[in-house]
Design a protein around this ligand. Structure first.
Ligand code: DD3
Length: 342
């Protein structure tokens, strides 16, 4: 039985909600407002029911939890039918321009304790300030479930030959769908979220907020540039011929972010992942003050450095040894360990 003292009451909430509507409306700057909420239509999940199977991963520091659930069950006996879904729930950062509203009027409060000049409370925010960022993967495959299970990581050093002999054959043997990437490039999904596009089929790209960013505060700004050209799997395949594309992404991406969000280039971390999580060339733009997952030295390669490396040596990434971490259960790790024995 849940502790009734932590159950939020409803008393004042409804009246507060009306006032809070303005929070989501564009400010006087109109479409130049630094942060947009995007579309905010009410919705339903693409499945019915949710029977928790497993907490795949959780972090009290990041206030995020990854859940595996069975959905669409019909028999109700908890076995057999039903589909798998992954639901990721995350408490979002405070919006600095709205946080003071939490304390106005008489917010719903429960006293925890009071001692001298110190007191602590549970504050129940009005509906529009209490949203939880929710990401759904449905239907989820075995791969998705595995991807979110916490695993130890192991460092691998991949030579140019290792890439040709081990990594590339492994990638080709996997059927990794990047339909969602093609949907963005072809405007079949998220078209209204595009921040900037250079439509050139060879040296162009689409700049779009990453799914991890709710666009409500600039603290955790996160956009991705996805190149129009197909077939460039990753950093490893970049050569001098890709320099015009990379320079476009850097310059035009920074300009577009300055224009839309008033965040200067010196406040942005612009980088590629190696290994990437999907094998269609893309570049990450994150707020410098935000320690985005994957910004560690074993994964992030600054675009400025990549460009300079290619300027010095057009085949730099064909022969350099690249270091990255693999999950203990990743088959590619075993392939590397076996190859290194001989
Ligand atoms: C992904 C990496 C991929 C699960 C999850 C995320 N940005 C995306 C679909 C649409 C997107 C992204 C794969 C998938 Cl939680 C499996 O990311 C996306 N749209 N990173 C945007 N804008």
């Amino acid at each position: 039985m849940a502790d009734p003292s932590v159950q939020p009451g409803k008393r004042k909430r409804e009246e507060e909600e009306k006032k809070e509507e303005s929070v989501l409306a564009p400010g006087p700057e109109g479409d130049k407002a630094p942060v947009g909420n995007g579309t905010a239509a009410s919705a339903r999940f693409p499945f019915s029911g949710f029977r928790l199977q497993k907490v795949l991963k959780e972090s009290s520091r990041d206030k995020i939890i990854f859940l595996h659930g069975k959905v669409n069950e019909t028999s109700g006996d908890g076995d057999g039918d039903g589909d798998d879904a992954v639901v990721i729930l995350e408490k979002t950062p405070f919006q600095v321009d709205q946080v003071a509203q939490l304390l106005l009027g008489s917010p719903e409060l429960q006293l925890q304790f009071s001692n001298d000049i110190y007191s602590t409370y549970n504050l129940f925010p009005p509906k529009l300030l209490s949203d939880i960022k929710t990401t759904v993967v449905y239907p989820a495959t075995e791969k998705h479930l595995k991807k979110y299970l916490r695993q130890d990581l192991h460092l691998v050093r991949e030579t140019g030959d290792d890439y040709k002999n081990i990594t590339l054959p492994y990638l080709d043997s996997q059927s990794l769908s990047i339909q969602w990437v093609y949907n963005i490039l072809e405007k079949k999904a998220e078209a209204d979220r595009i921040v900037f596009e250079n439509p050139d089929p060879l040296d162009g790209f689409v700049l779009i907020p990453d799914l991890k960013w709710n666009q409500k505060q600039l603290d955790d700004l996160y956009l991705i540039a996805i190149c129009h050209r197909r077939g460039i799997k990753s950093l490893r395949e970049l050569t001098g011929e890709h320099l015009p594309l990379l320079r476009n992404i850097l310059q035009q991406g920074q300009e577009a972010i300055q224009q839309r969000y008033q965040v200067k280039e010196e406040r942005l971390r612009v980088y590629l992942h190696y290994q990437p999580s999907y094998y269609h060339l893309h570049v990450h733009f994150t707020a410098l003050g935000f320690e985005a997952p994957g910004s560690g030295v074993e994964r992030a390669h600054l675009l400025t450095d990549v460009i300079e490396n290619l300027e010095c040596d057009p085949d730099y990434y064909q022969h350099r040894t690249l270091t990255f971490a693999l999950r203990a259960d990743e088959p590619l790790l075993k392939l590397f360990q076996e190859a290194k024995k001989n």
